[in-house]
Write a protein that binds this ligand. Structure first.
Ligand SMILES: Cc1cc2nc3c(=O)[nH]c(=O)nc-3n(C[C@H](O)[C@H](O)[C@H](O)COP(=O)(O)OP(=O)(O)OC[C@H]3O[C@@H](n4cnc5c(N)ncnc54)[C@H](O)[C@@H]3O)c2cc1C
Ligand SMILES: NC(=O)C1=CN([C@@H]2O[C@H](COP(=O)(O)OP(=O)(O)OC[C@H]3O[C@@H](n4cnc5c(N)ncnc54)[C@H](OP(=O)(O)O)[C@@H]3O)[C@@H](O)[C@H]2O)C=CC1
Length: 461
């Protein structure tokens, strides 16, 4: 068996890569190897600005993908070895598949705290299976701990009901991966709010075939929408206790109560029924290759500006890869499905360009970091160096905040906009994107740039 393009991984990066190849080259042969029977596709793609898009992530089955893109053949299998010298791969199901170009989109898995090896009550979240497991265990829990201060912890803490939650974070403020201390304070008003308006009723819509393996690709935005993420307490509802600047040093089990006892670096002792380790991701690289692929210290596959790995004719995209090129001033990598989609699409264009000996220009989306998400119920848009990344201490911040309504932060250097954090319906994303990209000198406008009584857009007409 062989194909011009073989893509490994049925997550958003792999599927986008296959779809893009199919759209650009409907007659070429494409094989997509998916470990999971369900694959991820992006639907309802909406351009918010030139570089910022929002979209839904839908679980789909392989047959539907093939009927939409007849030249994509989906094989439900697992890559175990790349024989890069003779351009073939070997799968767990004993298939040998020849390729001209190979794209590795095997994603990542939760990187749990080390104590997880000893206790099944320490869980991570990645896919549908892992969320179902969490919901089941949580329904019997009165007290839980969440470790980590990034995307998953921030979303969970807001969604979880009927349980006492200990949030263990290394930083001085919550949600540090995405926001600064000011925005974190803005969110914190909502932490203690009554969340009764979030009434999970039905379960997530999904396929109902029995025994269909659901594990695999990472969940996407709004994964919690129709789920009942609830503990067993009915008395006092929610209580969130935040342990700042703390890390887990030990976990043990109380033999009498059966509870987990967590010891923190600050000396705090927490008793709980369940620990969610939301502590980042580790690459899915459980396969061999004849020539070693260059990887980062954490094991992510390094790719150059054409998404090429260090091994001939092998590309990589999405969470599995580490962007190893000199990035544009206002772009940096984060393991997000926005970037998984962009990279999957761009890797397809690069492979095709190389096949046809055509010049490939780097996609415009790598000019500026953009991310649109929802945190604590608010629309959140992150643009450019929104947290002053790469700027050291040499930058200014302009802030505008209306409690429970909006939080607008501009990061400026030499009077030019470098990044923006927009929380709420600010309607400023397009202007900010333009200002970051064209580096207009904003000194003539002074602080009016954030005056809510002045329509800033008028300045630039
Ligand atoms: C709970 C949660 C919420 C999230 N929310 C957001 C969000 O709101 N916004 C956002 O931008 N991002 C979000 N993310 C991150 C986002 O989901 C990921 O960045 C993105 O999905 C990565 O896509 P991927 O295709 O690179 O990898 P994955 O989705 O991990 O897909 C990789 C696929 O490859 C398969 N695979 C692995 N090894 C092999 C092998 N050897 N052979 C064959 N197949 C293999 C895996 O089973 C998997 O199906 C969230 C992540 C989680 C876990
Ligand atoms: N709305 C969104 O956009 C969402 C995005 N995601 C994405 O999904 C992926 C997984 O999410 P998540 O697990 O939250 O990963 P993140 O990378 O977002 O956050 C991990 C957090 O855990 C901390 N951490 C790491 N190791 C430890 C440790 N041993 N003890 C205590 N804290 C630790 C990190 O701190 P430090 O950085 O200091 O190491 C960081 O605060 C990420 O790629 C994330 O971007 C997930 C949910 C929502």
């Amino acid at each position: 068996m062989e194909a011009t393009f073989v893509i490994i991984g049925g997550g958003i990066a792999g599927v986008t890569c296959a779809e893009t190849l199919s759209i650009l080259e409907p007659n070429t042969s494409i094989i997509l190897i998916s470990e999971s029977a369900l694959i991820k596709t992006a639907t309802n793609v909406l351009a918010i600005t030139r570089t910022l898009t929002s979209f839904d992530v839908k679980e789909d089955n392989c047959i539907n993908l093939h009927s939409r893109y007849p030249n994509i053949r989906v094989i439900h299998d697992v890559l175990i070895k790349i024989n890069d010298e003779n351009h073939t791969i070997q799968t767990k199901g004993d298939l040998i598949i020849g390729y001209k170009y190979l794209c590795i989109c095997t994603g990542a898995s939760p990187k749990l705290i080390p104590q997880a090896n000893a206790y099944s009550e320490i869980l991570g979240i990645r896919d549908t299976d892992s969320v179902e497991k969490l919901i089941e265990k949580l329904s019997e829990a009165e007290k839980i701990a969440i470790v980590g201060n990034g995307g998953i912890a921030t979303e969970l803490i807001y969604q979880i009901k009927n349980v006492e939650t200990h949030w263990i974070i290394k930083d001085k403020h919550i949600s540090a991966t995405f926001v600064d201390p000011g925005a974190s304070e803005f969110f914190q008003n909502d932490l203690s709010n009554d969340k009764d308006d979030i009434k999970p009723t039905s379960k997530r819509m999904r396929y109902t075939e029995e025994n269909i393996p659901k594990s695999g690709a990472a969940l996407g935005p709004d994964w919690y929408k129709n789920l009942g993420i609830s503990g067993s307490r009915t008395d006092s509802g929610n209580q969130v206790i935040i342990h700042y600047e703390a890390e887990v040093i030990n976990v043990s089990k109380n033999t009498v109560s059966g509870c987990l006892e967590i010891t923190l670096t600050n000396g705090d002792l927490i008793m709980c029924d369940l620990i969610v380790s939301a502590t980042g991701v580790t690459p899915n690289c459980d396969f061999l290759s004849e020539n070693q692929l260059d990887v980062s210290n954490e094991g992510f596959i390094k790719v150059n500006e054409y998404m090429k790995t260090s091994v001939n004719d092998i590309y990589a995209a999405g969470d599995i890869c580490e962007a190893n090129w000199k990035p544009a001033e206002h772009w940096f990598q984060m393991k997000l499905w926005t970037q998984a989609r962009q990279m999957g699409c761009y890797a397809a264009k690069c492979m095709l360009g190389h096949l046809k000996n055509e010049v490939v220009l780097q996609d415009f989306c790598f000019e500026i970091f953009t991310h649109s998400t929802k945190l604590f119920g608010y629309k959140v848009i992150l643009l450019g160096l929104f947290n002053g990344q790469k700027l050291g201490t040499d930058y200014e911040i302009l802030l505008r905040m209306t409690k429970r309504q909006e939080y607008v932060k501009f990061v400026l250097k030499n009077h030019k906009l470098q990044g923006a954090l927009l929380i709420g319906d600010t309607d400023l994303e397009e202007m900010c994107e333009n200002l970051i990209l064209n580096q207009l000198d904003l000194s003539p406008y002074g602080d009016d740039i954030l005056n809510p009584d002045i329509d800033i857009e008028d300045y630039f007409d």
